[in-house]
Design a protein around this ligand. Structure first.
Ligand code: NOJ
Length: 784
């Protein structure tokens, strides 16, 4: 009772401080008397002051975010009524400024909006899809890429990216594997860190940068059956050792936001999961930003049979630690939270906690001082040619050479006078961009055909034909909605033309002396809502491949997809395969330069490539168990080994990685092991090798994976050049979360160490850990 009175009087005070009739309120707003505008105070102090002035309704609006699929006129009253604290999917700087003007000039407290967007792998300049960026094994390059994306997004007035997606994905049926860094927590953590730094710059609020929101917290990629949004069951050790590390890395890199996941995690929706959002994210990882739900994630708790109704859903997510609700249409929070507080169903202090976190983010971003964007400058920033050059370099570093028999690649420009670039994606601009791009410029996007044509110039005649067309049986989710500002993809030809298009491609191949054949998936075959039950080449592509081989002309294959595909016959029969993912705005140029040897591919698979979908999930860091003599025979019909191991990728040159040299044979308490690895380019071309270091614990409190990545470095070497890569292992490299100990541990004993050019690395050493057991270290590096 007493508490209620205090809350009520605080409320009266807050309301009374400003709302005393419209004219006075307006006057007070003009006098800049708002104490929270004092920039000498910290973001936290300013947020506290502002919070005290807010009504319950304003607070409920502040924690609400809406998709802006509609006109300014439709959203202006929502902003004016303080029904939202944030909007997403507005990308026109003029509209952003108009909306912001409503928030800053026409609302009682003048709290600016924060604009969010899916800046996933570029904004206007599209970079390779995230899984391709991860295949570069080049965190510094990935950081630069996201810095460009941030600069472009910030230029139009976007303050916040719903990225990076740091979900560890071990099931390529799941379409969103394209959006992450693949299967490994160590590589995933490096990519998470790099992306957060790229987006945010030196600190939240740095000019030209935006807030980064790693997602989807947590476990989303483990959807049962690879079916997007399905429930997830993950053991605690798997959560701590595999799923959470990239989130911890992102938090340690200073991520200002985190997005909670859609699905049930061990029967509790992530958005309403207090253990996950409060105990783990806040208390264990030390996250101090705000958490946003995924789209309609809060309301979905009703569909998940967790919440009674939308009001209950809004209470439960905010109570769990989900601060902002992303919503199609009015958010349940805006509609119901004030009443829930008044009815005693939610403590006002809990609502305040969420509002405060959001306001701190806005203060840190400098939105109160600089709410508007320079519309003229936006155009210039989006047109910056340096951004295109960076995207091309990123694409060139992302390609993975899967096969190269007898040096079939690189091609020699001019050696073939008639070149055919064939395949459904050979001349498709939209397919070059990948599934999570909306603000691209289609005309400037370079296809494989255009890249090859431009590269060869007068040295050859280059022609193209699709041969086949790729189409999903079910329309993609993005076909159903109009994304403001998104260009329309090229129309597909109708089915009646299928036979003649196929024949046209064969005829073109016959009169050419080289065939560059693209195979894979159309861009909308991976991404959100784009799971598959099988990994075969869709459509009539295998027949096209056979028809190309049957011409007797040399065939070089470029595969494009956002996931590993079952390529069986292609791998057996094509002399060379370059996996090019979706390379972005300059993808075609980068592919052509790679095919013709201007650049040497140095990307490595960030995900194990299965032989067949039946092997899924298949990942290198698996535990082992007793087996019949031949470990390879876990299935009687196919080998149980993958098609290509994690970390695999060829080069046009040959590298030699020597035996690892350790500075000590024993790691004691607080100690380190420094590992030196000689690497030499024994070929005749410059190239990049990714030196990889894996560790295996022989015995301990838990069975541990056969090997785990604990270090890597992408090394560029001239022909004949030699270098030493250095890695440092410390306590954190060896700790793991033990279900027996219910916490982080390091087990004493013997460890195996492997170095090489993939997870099949063979160069070997051992070391031991002594002077332990001792407590491990926590996420934040604090002793536990
Ligand atoms: C749903 C997706 O799951 C999420 O990744 C995305 O950021 C939001 N929609 C906003 O578009």
């Amino acid at each position: 009772m007493r508490k209620k009175m205090v809350a009520a009087s605080a409320l009266a005070l807050a309301a009374g401080a400003v709302v005393v009739g419209a004219p006075l309120a307006a006057r007070q707003a003009k006098t800049a008397a708002q104490p929270w505008m004092n920039t000498r105070m910290s973001a936290e102090q300013r947020a506290d002051l502002l919070l005290r002035a807010m009504t319950l309704e304003e607070k409920a609006g502040q924690v609400s975010q809406q998709f802006m699929f509609g006109a300014f006129e439709q959203f202006a009253p929502i902003v004016k009524g303080s029904k939202v604290g944030s909007l997403l999917f507005v990308t026109d700087p003029a509209v952003i400024n108009r909306l912001q003007r409503v928030a800053v000039e026409e609302t009682r407290l003048k709290v600016p909006l924060i604009f969010g967007y899916d800046v996933i792998h570029g904004f206007r300049t599209i970079f390779p899809v995230p899984i391709a960026n991860a295949a570069s094994w080049d965190p510094a390059g990935v950081e630069r890429a996201q810095a460009v994306a941030a600069a472009e997004a910030r230029a139009v007035g976007i303050h916040w990216a719903f990225a990076p997606m740091v979900d560890i994905a071990r099931d390529p049926r799941w379409g969103r594997i394209v959006e992450g860094a693949g299967e490994d927590p160590f590589l995933g953590s490096a990519m998470a860190r790099a992306q957060v730094k790229g987006f945010q710059g030196p600190a939240i609020g740095a000019p030209g940068h935006i807030v980064s929101g790693p997602k989807h917290f947590a476990g989303y990629a483990a959807a049962e059956g690879g079916r997007d949004y399905d429930s997830v069951y993950i053991s605690e050790p798997q959560l701590y050792n595999v799923i959470l590390p990239p989130f911890a890395a992102a938090v340690q890199a200073g991520a200002g936001n985190v997005m909670s996941a859609y699905m049930d995690l061990n029967d509790v929706p992530a958005v309403g999961n207090k253990w996950l959002l409060t105990d783990v994210l806040r208390d264990q990882m030390g996250f101090d930003g705000w958490v946003v739900s995924d789209a309609n994630g809060t309301k979905n708790q009703v569909i998940q049979h967790f919440a009674r109704d939308e009001a209950d859903a809004a209470v439960r997510s905010i109570d769990a630690g989900n601060d902002m609700e992303m919503s199609f249409g009015p958010a349940a929070s805006a509609e119901t939270l004030a009443a829930s507080v008044r009815a005693g169903k939610l403590k006002e202090a809990v609502l305040d906690r969420a509002v405060r976190r959001i306001l701190i983010g806005k203060f840190r971003m400098g939105l109160f001082e600089n709410p508007y964007v320079d519309e003229a400058q936006a155009k210039k920033t989006l047109a910056d040619p340096a951004h295109r050059a960076e995207a091309q370099a990123a694409a060139e570093r992302s390609f993975v050479l899967l096969k190269n028999e007898g040096g079939a690649l690189p091609l020699v420009a001019g050696a073939h006078k008639r070149v055919a670039v064939i395949g459904a994606m050979a001349n498709s601009k939209r397919d070059m961009l990948g599934p999570w791009a909306f603000q691209y410029d289609l005309p400037e996007t370079v296809t494989v055909f255009e890249g090859v044509r431009d590269r060869l110039g007068s040295a050859a005649t280059v022609e193209t034909a699709p041969g086949v067309q790729l189409k999903r049986d079910v329309p993609s989710m993005f076909e159903a909605i109009t994304i403001p500002g998104a260009a329309k993809p090229e129309p597909r030809w109708d089915a009646a033309r299928a036979a003649s298009e196929f024949d046209r491609a064969v005829a073109l191949a016959r009169r050419s002396d080289l065939i560059i054949l693209t195979l894979g998936e159309a861009e909308d075959m991976s991404g959100e809502g784009a799971s598959r039950s099988d990994l075969k080449l869709p459509g009539d592509q295998l027949r096209l491949f056979e028809a190309m081989l049957a011409t007797g002309k040399p065939v070089r294959v470029v595969t494009m997809s956002g996931r590993p595909l079952e390529l069986g016959a292609v791998i057996e029969r094509a002399p060379a395969i370059l996996h090019a993912w979706y390379g972005g705005t300059r993808g075609g140029t980068a592919i052509a330069r790679t095919l013709f040897g201007d650049v040497n591919p140095g990307g490595k698979l960030p995900v194990t490539w299965p032989r067949s979908v039946g092997q899924v999930p298949i990942y290198y860091a698996h535990n082992t168990t007793h087996a019949p003599k031949d470990q390879g025979k876990r299935y009687w019909d196919i080998p149980s080994t993958p098609q290509f191991p994690f970390g695999y990728g060829l080069s046009y040159t040959t590298f030699e990685i020597g035996a690892p040299v350790l500075d000590t044979a024993t790691m004691g308490a607080g100690g380190r092991v420094v590992v030196s690895v000689p690497v030499a380019n024994r070929g005749t071309r410059a190239g990049d090798e990714v030196v990889q270091l894996y560790v295996h614990q022989r015995s301990g409190r838990a069975s541990r994976p056969v090997r785990e990545l604990k270090g890597f470095e992408r090394v560029s070497l001239r022909a004949g050049e030699q270098r030493t890569a250095r890695f440092e292992l410390d306590e954190r490299s060896l700790q793991y979360w033990s279900s027996a100990a219910k916490g982080w541990v390091i087990d004493p004993g013997t460890f195996d160490l492997y170095v090489g050019a993939s997870s099949s690395a063979e160069a070997y050493a051992t070391f031991s850990v002594a002077g332990l057991p001792r407590p491990g270290v926590s996420w934040s590096g604090r002793k536990k």
